[in-house]
Design a binder for this molecule. Sequence first.
Ligand code: AMP
Length: 311
Amino acid sequence: MERDANLESLFTVSPSCPPERKANVQKTLNLMKDHIVARKGASYDWGINDFDIGCPLGRGKFGRVYLAREKYTKYMIALKLLYKSELVKSRLEKQVLREIEIQTHLKHPNILSLLTYFYDKNRIYLVLEFAARGELYKHLQGQPHGRFNEPEAAKYVYQVADALRHCHLYKVIHRDIKPENLLLDAQGNIKLADFGWSVHAPSSKRKTMCGTLDYLPPEMVAGREYDEKVDFWCLGVLCYEFLVGRPPFESTQQEDTYRRIQAVDVKFPEYVRPLARDLINKLLRRNPYDRLPLDQVMIHPWITSQKVLAK
Ligand code: AMP
């Protein structure tokens, strides 16, 4: 009885659904329900034949991503194909398994959902939520002077902070926050993606060096142990890049970038206003314990005053 009620609520349109979309959403939900009821509760082995494959959406280091549609419900998804041989050659099997495990368990409006996955002899297929507006990085590059205005930057920083807070709640450190790993859905909301570098934080602190050079926090540059506060630093770098169009420690030589990170050598162009500088300076602290925690980022005066102005 209770199970039926749960099932019923799953197929009821959410109250937040825009009125003009309700009929279409209900139609899709009804199809999903038929599909599940027909299986009488048995689990379903998804396969490539369940999907119509559409245009390519992008290419990552190890995967190609296609727009695809589940044949029965016509539900649009992004299908990521990974070749087992390439993963084995690059010794990345563990990284992918980690990505699958982490992304299956994290459910949050600003985290890209992994809906399911399956595999055949040669490939692994990840069925991902479709982020219709694609990479935030491309959106950033398309802005006047390659930077966001304050309301848009504040909205994105808020949503990334919220997504990271959820990750940290489940003891997951992302470790690779940068505009290339953020996608936008059809409504222009952030979907945190690419959990390839993320890691379940065990009780002891970790020491592996990873992530992107410009976003590396001082403790990782120095090869010291680190914890979830590395993501606070990256959020500061991200906020700077959103407002300025390039990351704060960018240099032509790798050694100079490292040196500038260690010295926290941040220079602001004069158009970055004091409140925004205040937030960035509170995140870019050498000592991880001095960095502003995520819940306080979300209520920082620059965020609260600007994000309400975002279109
Ligand atoms: P990745 O291998 O995850 O780095 O993905 C390669 C590219 O495919 C990304 O940079 C995006 O442009 C695109 N992409 C990946 N996942 C999605 C998705 N869920 N929705 C839309 N585009 C995606």
